[in-house]
Structure formats: structure tokens, C-alpha cells
Design a protein. Structure first.
Lengths: 292, 314
């Protein structure tokens, strides 16, 4: 998974140890290695979908409706005769793009909110944190559903909904890191040599608050994938005929009698991706808690 | 203790206020005027004006908010756009369903997590511990709705043991209700069981490293006695907090579970109203579930303060 690899790699540079950077230690753990392998495998199938898919994911085959797995259709076909393998491969792209874009948006927004609140304090802090508390007060899936009901169901709006429910964690983490860093001598030194607020916040404090944010990015990714799939399952995310794992699972539940293999593959891919992302995040957390 | 309760309750007030403002604005953020939505596209301007007057939509927003919150406080949550049914009645019918699902899932979660954690700790670093950890990781990563589909496939379609969907009230036909509730409870409870088992294992290991355990061992108490009589008791206290914090996840999972198993609960009510853009019902379900969530969090914190004095003086 490119996101956390890149994030941990840059993060490990300033405090690299003789035995290799923190990123290397994450992948050196059995969990980290397994998680990475699983995630990379799923990501590759999604990225290479145009090369790997034997059929057009939207092409209908009227003579092969709900066909069992065969040489022509390795995962079988769905109720409209579309190739399930091709739809699973293409469906992974939507899941990954939505999850990645929403976590990135949430991290950037949350870090900005946390920096402003933590650094400027007083009513800025009080106002921003009450807003974050309010977002946290809603059960995540329910807030996401309410947001989609206002914006209309689509993968873009599902992404916005997932991003909004993920912001407060990043804001709170950054804020508490800033509160701890603000009192340190190097911040005072930076101010003493005449740095303005913007410079102090962005160049001096921000780099030292990124460790918890990196960990949270890895934690949030798995959750974002699950939430997007849940919204699509309910018909509120990616819209037909575009393939998505959640929507395929929903469709498959009507054909459990005739075509039990239908939901098996989107379910397996979805679970494998979430499992891989969770394993990476656990390995990252272990490494971070040892070095902290 | 009283001061702690007071402070914690006061903290919840601004959050509840902001929640109510946001939920109130759902109606006003919708594309199209509520009166137009209510009357349909062929309404005459006069009719629209009249309904706007009746709904108070021509008044300034703060006044509308005050009127709305006043009605909510009296238990009037408006009428469904779709069928004109009072929303309170819909909620009254849906709550018991979701509540029975929640209780069922809670039972499943505890019944799975507690033995799993005790086993993992008792046989730590053996293959049993690793097997438990693998099970927990997979259970945590598997989406509720796929678990549900797999359960229906195995237990209803292949083995024909349980009906695939439906709901019966536990106080009317207990046997049917139990059969219908079993699969939804497992589907929803599995993820919570995973979180709980992992947490419980960690706290048990923490407790086992403490002085009092060393004392207990020194006086000759066996490993089983140490684990069950001492460590488990202390480790079970924070479980309350974990369950409280998971309540939000629970509510979200309930939407998906109810959708698959055709249970007429709050989650399904919300889902149907989102699909049909029935904004008064969306507004009411979001408000009620969120207020309950805030109160559960409040109660969790209070329980924790009660159980652990360090929190309330901290």
C-alpha cells in the first residue's frame, strides 16, 4: 500500500537508527510483512485490472446469466451475465480510491484543525474542538448515511461522508501533540529568533506531530474501506452499473440459492484488503510504541 | 463524585445543542423546499405558500429552530413526508427490534470474547494463543454484511436450520424470536467480540504482571486461581468502557444487519427513509440515535468514574 509506505518512510528519516529505519522494522515483523503482502496483492489486482480482467466489467452476456465458475468466467457471472472476476478487479479500484482519498482529505483537514486549535488556544480551540466533539457525537455510519442523504448517493459523496466522519480523530491527535510540543524549548527558540506564527506552526511544530498522524492514517484506511463498502452495500455509495464490492455483495444475497459463489469473491477480496491494512497498522503501532 | 458528575453532564450540553442544530438543518439543507417536496411537483403556488405557513417555514431560522426543539421536547417529531404517519409512532415500533438485536449481539460478543481471552492468556505464546489471535484478526476484518450472508448460506440454505430472515418479538413468541435473532446477533456480535477479546487479553496480561498477583502466587495459589480469582475480576471492569465506546459501531452495524435480515428496526427505518428521501424520518432517527449515543457515552464515563476513583479526581 503506497500511502503508509511513503508516510512511514519520510517519517523515519530524521530519527533513523543504525538497524534501519522504522519502516524497515515495520516490514520486518511477521504481521507487517504479512499485511504488506496481502495489501500489495489486492492493490496490484486493482491497479492492473485492465490487464488482468478477462472481460469488460460492464459487458452483458445473455447466454451466461448466473453461470458457475468456468474457464471463460473463473468466478462465474452475475444476474446480468457480467463476469464476476472482472467486476471484482475493477471494484477494487473504487474501494481503494475512495478509501485513500477520504483518509488523505480527513488527515489534512484534521491536522490543520488540530494545529490551529492547539497552537492558538483560547476561543479558536474551544470552538474547533466543540465542532469536532459534535461530529464525534454521531455514530459514524449514521452520520455518513445522513450526509449521503443530503448530497445524493455516489462514490464521490460516499468519499466526502467517509472523510467527514474521519476528521475528528486527526484533529484531536494533532491538537494534543501540539499542546505537548508548544511548551518545548525549541519552539521558544524558534520564536525568539523572530519566526512568525505560521513558520513556527508549519516548520517547527508540525514535523514533530506527524508520528501519531501516520499511525492514525494506517488505522483509518481499513475503516474507510469497510465504511465505503457498507455504504455501497446499502446502495448509497458507488452506483450501478459501476462495480463495487459492497454493492456486489448486496446483489449476491438475493441469489444465494442459485449462485452461492457470487458473493464469495467480492467478500474475500474485501476482507483480505481490510485484514492486510489492519495488520500493517498494528505493526506500525508496535514499532512506534517501542521507539517512542 | 458529585462534582465529577456535574462537570461531565455540563460537557454534554453544548454537544447536544450543536447536534440538535445540525439535525435541525437537515431539512433546510435538502435540495428543494420542504413544502415543495411535501406537495409534489404539481403543487400550485398558493398551496405551497399555505403549507409553508403551516410548517412555519416563512419564519426566521432561529425561530423555526426554537419551535422545532420545543415540539421535539414534547415528543412531537413531525410526520413522515411519505405517508403522513407520525414519526414517533414509527420510532416506537422500531426501537424494541433494535434493542433486542443489540442485547443478542452483546450476549454473543461476551460469550465469545471472555473465554477466548482467558484461553489466550492461560496458554499464552502457545499455538492456542496464536490461533485465538488469528481468529480475532479475521473476525475484526470481515464486514458484518458478509458474515451475515455467509451465515444465511450455511445455516439457512445448506443446513436449513434457521429461517433466513424476519423478526418476531421476544415477548410474544420467544422460540421463534430466538431462532430469528440468532444469526443477526452473531453477525453483529462477532466484530465487537474481536475488539473485546483483544482488549481483554491485553488487560489480563497487564493484571498478571502486578504485585498482588505475585503475592497470590507466592502464597502458593495455582495459575488458574490467579487468573480467575484475581486477574479476571479486575480486568472485567474496563470492559464496560469498551462496550460503551463500541455503541456507535454497534448502531452502524445494526443498520447493515437489519437490512440483510429484514428486521424492522431503527437501522432499517433510517435506511428506507434515506432511500426514499423522507427527510423528517431521517431527521428524527439521526437525532434519536445520536442523543442515545451521547447519553451512553456519558453513562460509560460516569460508570468508569464510579469504578475507578482516579478518573474522577484526575
Amino acid at each position: 500500500m503506497a500511502s503508509s509506505t511513503r508516510a512511514s518512510a519520510t517519517d523515519s528519516r530524521p530519527r533513523a537508527r543504525p538497524r534501519g529505519g522504522r519502516a524497515a522494522r515495520v516490514w520486518g515483523r511477521p504481521r507487517g510483512a504479512f499485511g504488506l503482502a496481502l495489501t500489495v496483492a489486492v492493490v496490484l489486482t486493482a491497479v492492473l485490472a485492465p490487464l488482468l480482467a478477462p472481460h469488460d466489467p460492464l459487458a452483458l452476456a445473455k447466454d451466461a446469466v448466473l453461470a458457475p465458475p468456468s474457464q471463460a468466467y473463473p468466478f462465474g457471472t452475475d444476474e446480468l451475465g457480467r463476469d464476476i472476476l472482472s467486476r471484482v478487479l475493477y471494484g477494487g479500484r473504487v474501494s481503494l480510491v475512495v478509501a485513500f482519498a477520504s483518509v488523505l482529505t480527513a488527515a489534512v483537514t484534521g491536522v490543520a484543525v488540530g494545529l490551529v486549535g492547539g497552537y492558538f488556544g483560547r476561543w479558536w480551540d474551544a470552538l474547533l474542538m466543540r465542532v469536532m466533539d459534535t461530529v464525534l457525537a454521531f455514530p459514524a455510519v449514521i452520520l455518513a448515511m445522513a450526509i449521503v442523504s443530503l448530497l445524493g448517493p455516489s462514490s464521490t459523496n460516499a468519499m466526502i461522508a467517509v472523510a467527514i466522519v474521519s476528521i475528528p480523530v486527526f484533529a484531536r491527535l494533532t491538537r494534543s501533540a501540539v499542546l505537548a510540543e508548544k511548551e518545548r524549548e525549541y519552539v521558544e527558540a524558534s520564536r525568539a529568533i523572530g519566526a512568525n506564527d505560521l513558520h513556527t506552526v508549519v516548520r517547527t511544530i508540525l514535523p514533530n506531530t506527524l508520528t501519531p498522524v501516520t499511525v492514525q492514517v494506517t488505522v483509518s484506511m481499513g475503516y474507510a474501506v469497510l465504511l465505503e463498502a457498507g455504504l455501497s452495500f446499502l446502495g448509497l455509495g458507488t452506483q450501478p452499473p459501476q462495480p463495487s464490492w459492497g454493492a456486489m455483495l448486496f446483489q449476491s444475497s438475493s441469489y444465494l440459492n442459485q449462485a452461492p459463489w457470487y458473493g464469495m469473491f467480492p467478500g474475500l477480496f474485501l476482507t483480505a484488503l481490510v485484514l492486510g491494512l489492519n495488520m500493517i497498522s498494528e505493526a506500525v503501532q508496535e514499532v512506534m510504541s517501542r521507539t517512542a | 463524585m458529585l462534582r465529577y458528575v456535574g462537570a461531565r453532564v455540563l460537557q454534554a450540553v453544548p454537544v447536544l445543542f450543536l447536534v440538535s442544530v445540525l439535525v435541525f438543518s437537515i431539512i433546510h439543507l435538502t435540495p428543494g423546499d420542504p413544502a415543495t417536496v411535501l406537495l409534489g411537483p404539481n403543487a400550485l403556488p398558493d398551496q405551497i405558500r399555505q403549507v409553508r405557513g403551516e410548517l412555519g417555514l416563512d419564519r426566521p431560522l432561529p425561530v423555526q429552530y426554537a419551535l422545532w426543539i420545543g415540539r421535539v421536547a414534547r415528543g412531537d417529531l413531525g410526520r413522515s413526508y411519505l405517508n403522513g404517519f407520525p414519526v414517533v409512532r414509527l420510532l416506537e415500533r422500531a426501537w424494541p427490534v433494535t434493542l433486542s438485536l443489540a442485547v443478542g449481539a452483546l450476549v454473543v460478543a461476551l460469550a465469545l470474547a471472555v473465554p477466548l481471552a482467558l484461553l489466550a492468556v492461560r496458554y499464552r505464546r502457545t499455538w492456542l494463543d496464536h490461533a485465538a489471535a488469528t481468529f480475532v484478526a479475521v473476525a475484526y476484518a470481515t464486514p458484518t454484511f458478509w458474515v451475515a450472508i455467509l451465515l444465511v448460506f450455511v445455516l439457512s440454505i445448506r443446513l436449513r436450520w434457521l429461517p433466513p430472515s424476519g423478526y418476531a418479538a421476544p415477548w410474544e413468541t420467544p422460540a421463534d424470536a430466538a431462532r430469528l435473532l440468532l444469526m443477526p446477533s452473531i453477525a453483529l456480535g462477532l466484530g465487537v467480540a474481536a475488539i473485546l477479546a483483544r482488549f481483554l487479553r491485553a488487560t489480563l496480561l497487564e493484571e498478571l504482571a502486578r504485585e498482588y498477583v505475585r503475592t497470590a502466587r507466592a502464597k502458593g495459589l495455582g495459575e488458574r486461581g490467579v487468573l480467575f480469582r484475581h486477574a479476571a475480576r479486575n480486568a472485567l471492569v474496563p470492559v464496560v468502557t469498551v462496550l460503551g465506546l463500541q455503541f456507535g459501531t454497534f448502531m452502524g452495524g445494526a443498520v447493515l444487519t437489519e437490512a440483510i435480515f429484514g428486521m424492522p428496526g431503527i437501522g432499517r427505518l433510517l435506511w428506507n427513509s434515506v432511500l426514499s428521501r423522507d427527510y423528517t424520518v431521517i431527521q428524527a432517527t439521526v437525532l434519536v440515535t445520536t442523543v442515545v449515543f451521547v447519553l451512553v457515552n456519558l453513562l460509560t464515563d460516569l460508570c468508569y468514574g464510579l469504578l475507578d476513583p482516579r478518573i474522577r479526581y484526575g
